[in-house]
Write a protein of this length. Structure first.
Length: 331
């Protein structure tokens, strides 16, 4: 643990997306609780800032109490993050000469800096994302790329680390990114404990797509398939061939295959494989043996899982695990 608190600044403004501030703040606050439990001292000091200070009103009407940028020396900060929000609020921030100057100085001196959601636009307006690969909300990726052609926008990633720069996609992905920041500082065990405390389904890695396979399917599915999507996800280790799925849906195999493909935009086999491999990626970040990962995701042998995994992602499960696991795998 460092002898001095690491100073973290979250920049807000009128029209800010409140979860872009409170989500990361909750992560750093929980990290401090964990640090106090382990060492007797907190690790971070969190500053909620805005250009003028005082109350700012979020885009849902909730007000936040903030300190003024001018009251905090840029060189004192370890981490600087800009929240996203309304188009009008971001435009006002980008046109605020004093705020832009403060951001440039602060980010130049900070150990790391970045944005949550559309906060990337404020950084890009300062020239702080030129030559960087970044993430932002999926609705804004095209606009960000067109407006700032020097920025490489990753339209799928939940969050992206590029050198000292960390950027996240929409809203709740700020929590995922800040958990990764805490893991970098305090270790995976602390970050995992925070995720459990916040009752998150899982810690999501940055490479994961913004577009959930299950959510997208539920959005597109009509009545015969809405419940089936949830059932498939809960029974990935079952035999999920067309015949068995068709029987569950009360259709002939031929009719089921046609209607499912029309509704989902992909065949039943491809859909099932996607869910199985997404689940496998999560399991591979644990200490679960590869044989058990294969069994839980519906592959009879590790070799069959490895073949499908490499075909889809271009790496073997073993290499993926070495890159992303929390600890050593069991034999």
């Amino acid at each position: 643990m460092p002898s001095r608190l690491r100073q973290v600044a979250l920049l807000a403004f009128d029209g800010v997306q409140v979860l872009d501030v409170t989500g990361p703040a909750a992560v750093f606050g929980a990290a401090n609780d964990a640090a106090v439990h382990l060492t007797g001292s907190p690790f971070y000091r969190l500053h909620i800032l805005s250009p003028q200070g005082g109350h700012v009103t979020s885009n849902c009407g909730l007000a936040l109490v903030t300190a003024p940028l001018a009251g905090l020396k840029p060189g004192a900060l370890d981490t600087v993050l800009v929240a996203g929000g309304s188009k009008r609020g971001l435009q006002a921030l980008a046109q605020d000469v004093a705020a832009q100057a403060w951001l440039r100085r602060a980010c130049a001196r900070a150990r790391r800096y970045g944005s949550v959601c559309t906060g990337a636009f404020a950084l890009a307006a300062c020239g702080l994302l030129d030559g960087k690969r970044v993430a932002t909300h999926w609705e804004a990726t095209d606009i960000l790329g067109r407006t700032y052609p020097g920025v490489e926008v990753d339209a799928n990633a939940l969050y992206v680390e590029d050198g000292r720069t960390w950027t996240s996609a929409g809203v709740t992905t700020g929590i995922d990114m800040c958990l990764a920041l805490v893991a970098r500082d305090l270790g995976d065990a602390v970050a995992n404990a925070i995720a459990r405390r916040l009752v998150l389904y899982a810690r999501r890695p940055g490479y994961q797509s913004q577009f959930s396979t299950v959510l997208a399917a539920q959005e597109k599915a009509d009545a015969p398939f809405a419940g089936l999507v949830d059932w498939i996800r809960a029974h990935l280790d079952d035999a999920l061939d067309v015949a068995s799925l068709a029987a569950r849906a009360g259709m002939s195999p031929r009719t089921f295959h046609r209607r499912f493909t029309d509704a989902m935009g992909e065949t039943p086999a491809r859909f099932v494989e996607t869910l199985r491999l997404d689940h496998a990626r999560g399991l591979l970040q644990t200490t679960l043996a590869l044989k058990s990962v294969a069994a839980q995701t519906g592959y009879p042998t590790p070799a069959q899982l490895s073949k499908a995994f490499a075909r889809r992602f271009g790496v073997s499960p073993g290499l993926f695990r070495a890159m992303h696991r929390d600890g050593p795998a069991t034999p």
